[in-house]
Design a binder for this molecule. Sequence first.
Ligand code: HEM
Ligand code: SF4
Length: 634
Amino acid sequence: MAASTVLAKAVGAEKELKVHMPGYGGLRSSGMITLAGSVRAMPASSSSSSSAGIVRAVATPDTAVVKRSKVELYKEQSNFLRFPLNEELQNEAAGINEVATQLIKFHGSYQQTNRDERGTKSYQFMLRTKNPCGKVPNKLYLVMDDLADEFGIGTLRLTTRQTFQLHGVLKKNLKTVMSTIIKNMGSTLGACGDLNRNVLAPAAPYTNKEYAFAQETAENIASLLTPQSGAYYDIWVDGEKVMSAEPPEVTAARNDNSHGTNFPESPEPIYGTQFLPRKFKIAVTVPTDNSVDILTNDIGVVVISDSDGEHQGFNIYVGGGMGRTHRVETTFPRLGEPLGYVPKEDILYAVKAIVVTQRENGRRDDRKYSRMKYLISQWGIEKFRCVVEKYYGKKFEPFRELPDWEFRSYLGWHEQGDGALFCGLHVDSGRIGGKMKKALREVIEKYNLNVRITPNQNLILCDIRRTWRRPITTVLAQAGLLQPKYVDPLNITSMACPALPLCPLAITEAERGIPDILKRVRAVFDKVGLRYNESVVIRITGCPNGCARPYMAELGFVGDGPNSYQIWLGGTPNQTSLAKCFMNKVKIQDLEKVLEPLFYNWRRKRLRGEPFGQFTTRVVYKVALDDATHGCRQ
Ligand code: HEM
Ligand code: SF4
């Protein structure tokens, strides 16, 4: 395909996305802030589904008026995520039924099958941990490493949300694996499901005030929004409460009901029986550091400090999110937008007010439209702010001006600020296995190192003494864990989701396909005369859900058929703009035909220092828009 043809084909995604969705009445039975009513509590350990005992929030909708998705019914009848999961875990079957499959997500697990295997389905489970800021204590790392060998597929997966995934756990081993994680300072509670997921924060173990404060804030927000009913501990550790104590200000913020946010007598004061309409994602960072892809989260929190470095408050973005559905143009990825500023003592109350606004108003009839981004798109930010302020009890102050964002990988050796060093290691697609797994274990165990997972599927080894630097570098290099200058720049910023064979939603390959795709991109670079140290951010997913955030990439591949991808162009290296859909149904064998003219034109026609994503936005889409006859239908 000629370059000009390729350019001319790119249209459509520039179109303003207008959301026309059928109306939805929300959860409230009446009035705007009518939640804090009577609820009937039942003992936390019961697994009964009898409706007499179920705690019903006042906000439960009138089902005659509002149709709800089946997951809403499962949640409501589950006695806070127990029934029928408990029962299903105890029977002899290899898998669990549909309702339990939905519920176990809230406990941090997906039921999966190996799609490479033909014939009868062999069920297995993926477990995802929750690690605010990506923090992994030494002991937990070693335990996860053991569990992967003993009960998993022998690899650990670092995810785009600073967590571990352990694949291939059989049902009969689930309780052993879960309880081992819980008893070794880990948790999987709320890693999946319709609630607040892992809270991101820059993974760098800097000891300076600003970073430490961002990380402390992330941990406090994570605690605030952790489920409280005890179901998780009932199921996995027989009711033992293995929870670390939370700061008193977190408990106070959770229990505060001055503005009608809570279900005061419920075991889940913030979530009630229905939890949230859909997953909810929060990231915290400091100005300039966009290692967390801040704008892709439902809430993005930015620490604001004064000129002496003393923290004063927070800027808040709302309404980011990645997932979409092919050929449904009313679904779309969206960037977070400024909501306002709050003083530092108010952050937990402001976050809770936003969560409650989504809980009460996010759609529960159609899960495709349940993320908060659709609520904000439909209402507009002014109305959204107004409603949040009622739950917050105050007005938001104006959003403070911020410097430009930068992507930081933290790869290589750095000073922590307390005399120790940290070392960021690039791990392709976050997959730790084989020699690399052994070497990491050896080093982490021998030097008793704590670890951090980055939102780019990489690993940081922390608390390293200077004298250990050389022996550690040697052991790691022998296992292929190289210093960043020896890694292809294309690999450093690329990401792929796991996709096939374990993800049930995968349409095509991502993690297994990316090594070859990156090599082919490098070959095209060489052919058109781009230098080795030039790079583009490439992200690949096996379906449009966007688990590796492909819509923020300069070059995104989104699976749209067997061995076929949509191509998205136009993200930036610092992850501040959304890519647009450039082409559909590009067969994997035709990649060069599409990429070569694009890269050739970038090399020839870019402005000084212009990254590929910005070039495509300036040149490719401009040209393409002149030809308004074709479209990349999403
Ligand atoms: C069975 C279904 C699903 C599975 C097994 C799954 C798996 C995953 C995995 C493995 C990650 C980490 C990715 C990595 O490190 O490469 C992830 C993250 C993510 N998932 Fe999914 N996912 C599922 C459903 C969905 C759906 C339905 C959506 C959206 C509609 C979605 C959106 C995302 C996004 C945006 C992330 C990026 C991480 C972030 O939150 O910043 N996922 N998911
Ligand atoms: S993007 Fe799609 S294929 Fe990839 S892990 Fe997520 S749901 Fe699965």
